[in-house]
Design a protein around this ligand. Sequence first.
Ligand code: NAP
Ligand code: HSE
Length: 430
Amino acid sequence: MSDIIRIGMLGCGTVGQGVLRILHETAGTIERATGHRIEVVKVLVRDLQADRPGVDPSVLTTDPEEILGDDSIDIIIEVMGGVDPTHDWLLRALGHGTSVVTANKQLLARHGPELLAAAEEGGSELRFEASVCAAIPVIKVLRESLLAAEIDSVMGIVNGTTNYILSEMRGNGMSYADALAQAQDLGYAEADPTEDVGGADAAAKMAILCSIAFHTRVLIDDVPYSGIDSLQSEDVDIASELGFVMKLLGVARLVDDAVSVRVHPALVPADHPLAAIGGADNAVLLESSMVRQIMLVGPGAGGTETASAVVSDVLSILGSRPGSFLGGALADAGRPMAADDALESAFYLRLEVADEPGVLARVSSVLGESGVSILTVLQRGEGDSARLVMILHRSPEAQVAEAIGRLAEMPEVTAPPVLIAVVGSGEAPR
Ligand code: NAP
Ligand code: HSE
């Protein structure tokens, strides 16, 4: 590479403008530290006239060939998002020996192995720190510092938008809709925010994290997910009364050396380290018998925060040789995906029931017959009906599912049961 590093950038929105700003503001530091001057020579956008404060309009283009067809470009930064046409464009660039830095988790979680293979063949590098947890260097820590730490669990808050919404609802009593609108205004949300609130964004990030932590190819289709869009605010409030905090969690672990991973709303005890993570911050809790617990915390979304990870990847490319062991981030140890019936969890269960004698006993006996034990019960009468909220001890999930199926069919149960996992309580199975 020459002293001048020529960059082509695909996209110039929230993150792209942050990248241009950081590169401009830190040009002197970068040159002193790396011996390279970075020049952004072309930036692809859709609309040349859109408002982009501080961006030199002469670098803008709407023609992707001005970047993809320019052999003098050393590194392409992809911050436009979407799986198409980015998939074909990045395959082409990597195959031709142009290194790529991307923030695109949906693309990585679908086509990561194929893109890394193209990089290996083309003698280029693919870096994607910004695709997971924005400013937190979790990929670098897993790929380098903890490469051989035999991680056996990865749990975290990996979506900034939903954490912001849940924090605002709990802390400031803001409505779901208002909190989402604020997260969009602050640049945290995806172009289509249903990816955030529905859990697809977090699922993509967990697929990427699992692939690296467990040395196994995990794609987004391997990650069952649900989001906070179907949560009811009363469950957030009741959870709080019971001493829990509602979070959208990614939970992944090795179960008999198979990979179990999913994304779902979960209750965490108020004194758990993840409970304190507020606003758009993210946190990833890594566990292994070697290092016990390491938690990485920091900004999980936002233009400048994400851009800092993009710039750090550009600098890593300048500082590393193509073909080094760091390129093998998605090495395949051949682990299978764990079957659901191998898993155990504690749960929060809310039942709306008819307020009649013996209902609580019948509910308890259905749970007992399925081998599910109750830790806490809260009962409130409301006229002819009553609300039963229970925290269930950790039990095999298949047994809980069977019990919930039977409860849902009881004539005294007047609405579909609400079941939410409780995570991190250290509850022993009963
Ligand atoms: P954004 O504000 O919507 O910006 C997207 C940019 O890409 C815009 O400049 C847009 O052009 C351009 N673009 C989109 N489709 C294009 C196409 N087909 N051809 C040419 N240009 C196209 O998005 P963002 O928030 O910066 O996010 C970018 C990427 O970073 C996404 O992959 C996202 O998941 C990821 N990310 C975002 C954050 C965050 O906090 N925002 C954090 C981590 C990762 P116009 O300006 O002309 O519309
Ligand atoms: N929309 C994402 C989030 C951006 O809210 O976490 C960071 O990937």
